[in-house]
Design a protein around this ligand. Structure first.
Ligand code: LRH
Ligand code: MN
Ligand code: MN
Length: 386
C-alpha cells in the first residue's frame, strides 16, 4: 500500500496551470453569453487567477495567449503576477485569427504568409524572455478542406522548416511544446493531426521539443492513456491541456465528462515517472454557461482528485496480479483506487497547507465574485472559445 504521507506530499507539490482565456467571456460560434465581472485586460485575468491559487494552493502559474493577452510591457505583467503570488506560464501562439491565415500559417502555400506566421512565433519567444516563461506552446489550425487543395508533403516540409527556425531561437532553458488536434478548423487534412506527427517533428528538432496532449483533441474512443505512456517512454511528453469532451473539442471542465479517463491518464503519468515539474499540467478550457472562477477551482479540484486516486493504486498488488495473469484481481486493484473517496484526504491536504478544506465554499464566502461584478464593466471576450 502506498505510504499516505508520500501521497499527501505529492498532492501538495502538484502545480496546475490555468489559462488566461478561461477567465474571459467565451462561447460557441452561435453565441457568447457575457458574464458580469469578467476581466477587461490581462492584469485583471491575473487578479482572478490569484483567487484560484489562493483557494486551491496548487495553481501558481497562468498561461498567456498572444495576441489575446497583448500588453505594452510584458515584464510589468510578470511583475504584477509575482506581486499576487503567481508566475506567468506557457506562452501560446495564435496563427489562426488573421484573414491572411485562410489557407494556413507556417504551412501556407505563399512564403509571405509563412514569414508573417514565423515572425509571430519568434515574437512569442521574445515575450518568453520578458516574462521568464519556459514554454512556448504551439498549436496550428493549418490544414486543408479538400483533397488536392494543397500538397500534403510540401506542407510538412514548410512546417518542419518553420519549427526548426523557432527551435534555433529558443534559449537553453526554454522548450517548444507542439500540440496536435485531429480535426477543426480543417476538415480534410490537418497538418499536425496526431501525436505521431507531433512526435516525429519533435524528435527531429531535438530535446527541447516535446508533445502536448490536449485531452479534447482525439477521436471518440481513443485510448489517451496509451499515448501518454508511449510519449513518457520516449521522453517526449511535455504538457497536458486538460479539458473534457463529449463530441468534439468541447473544452468542458476537466474530469466532468469522464473522470475515469482522467484517473487512467494520471495513473499512466505516475507509472511513467511523469509526475515531475517538466510535465506541465495545464488547463485549456472555456466556461461558457457556468461561473468562471468557481469552474476553474472545480477543474483544479478534479485534477487533484484523479491524481490522488492514481497515487493510491497499490502498485505491488497490481504488479503481482499482472505477473500472475490474474485479470480480475489486476482490474480490481485499479478500480479499488478509483472508487476510493479521496475528498477527505484532500481536505486534510488543504488544511495542512493552511487553506479551507472546501475551496468552492471559501471562494463563495470571499465576496470576490460580487466585487468584480460591481467594479468591472465591459469585460472582454477571450477569442473564439478555445
Ligand atoms: C486549439 C486549442 C489550442 C489553442 C487553444 C485556445 O483547439 O486547444 O491549445 O491555443 O485551443
Ligand atoms: Mn489546447
Ligand atoms: Mn482545443
Amino acid at each position: 500500500m502506498t505510504e499516505l504521507s508520500a501521497v499527501k506530499a505529492a498532492l501538495k507539490a502538484q502545480a496546475i496551470e490555468t489559462p488566461s482565456w478561461a477567465y474571459g467571456n467565451s462561447g460557441t460560434r452561435f453565441k457568447v453569453f457575457a458574464q458580469p465581472g469578467v476581466p477587461r485586460d490581462p492584469f485583471e485575468k491575473l487578479d482572478d487567477a490569484a483567487q484560484v491559487h489562493a483557494f486551491t494552493g496548487v495553481a501558481p502559474t497562468v498561461a498567456l495567449h498572444i495576441p489575446w493577452d497583448r500588453v505594452e510591457d510584458y515584464s510589468a505583467l510578470a511583475k504584477y503576477a509575482e506581486e499576487r503570488g503567481l508566475k506567468l506560464g506557457a506562452i501560446n501562439s495564435n496563427t489562426f485569427q488573421d484573414d491572411d491565415y485562410k489557407l494556413g500559417s507556417i504551412c501556407h502555400p505563399d512564403a509571405v504568409v509563412r514569414r508573417k506566421a514565423l515572425r509571430h512565433l519568434l515574437e512569442c519567444v521574445d515575450i518568453m524572455d520578458a516574462t521568464g516563461s519556459k514554454d512556448l506552446k504551439l498549436w496550428f489550425a493549418d490544414g486543408t478542406n479538400y483533397p488536392g487543395q494543397d500538397d500534403i508533403r510540401e506542407r510538412q516540409d514548410r512546417l518542419s522548416e518553420a519549427l526548426a527556425a523557432v527551435y534555433e531561437r529558443l534559449g537553453d532553458d526554454q522548450r517548444m511544446l507542439l500540440e496536435y488536434k485531429f480535426f477543426e478548423p480543417a476538415f480534410y487534412a490537418t497538418d499536425v493531426p496526431d501525436w505521431g506527427t507531433a512526435y516525429a517533428h519533435c524528435l527531429k528538432l531535438g530535446p527541447k521539443a516535446q508533445v502536448v496532449v490536449d485531452t479534447g483533441h482525439h477521436a471518440p474512443g481513443t485510448n489517451i492513456e496509451f499515448i501518454v505512456a508511449t510519449l513518457l517512454r520516449e521522453g517526449k511528453l511535455g504538457a497536458f491541456d486538460f479539458n473534457s469532451r463529449f463530441y468534439a473539442d468541447d473544452d468542458l471542465m476537466v474530469g466532468s465528462a469522464d473522470p475515469f479517463q482522467l484517473f487512467r491518464i494520471m495513473y499512466e503519468v505516475i507509472r511513467g515517472g511523469g509526475f515531475v515539474p517538466e510535465v506541465a499540467f495545464m488547463l485549456d478550457q472555456c466556461h461558457n454557461i457556468e461561473a468562471k472562477i468557481p469552474a476553474i477551482i472545480r477543474s483544479v479540484m478534479n485534477v487533484q482528485e484523479a491524481t490522488a486516486k492514481a497515487l493510491l493504486v497499490d502498485a505491488s498488488a497490481l504488479g503481482a496480479a499482472q505477473r500472475a495473469g490474474d485479470v480480475l484481481t489486476a482490474n480490481a486493484v485499479l478500480m479499488d483506487a478509483y472508487n476510493t473517496d479521496v475528498r477527505p484526504l484532500l481536505v486534510e491536504v488543504r488544511e495542512e497547507l493552511g487553506l479551507d478544506g472546501d475551496p468552492i465554499a471559501a471562494y463563495a464566502r470571499s465576496g470576490w465574485g460580487a466585487k468584480i461584478a460591481a467594479e468591472r464593466v465591459g469585460g472582454e471576450q477571450a477569442g473564439w472559445g478555445a
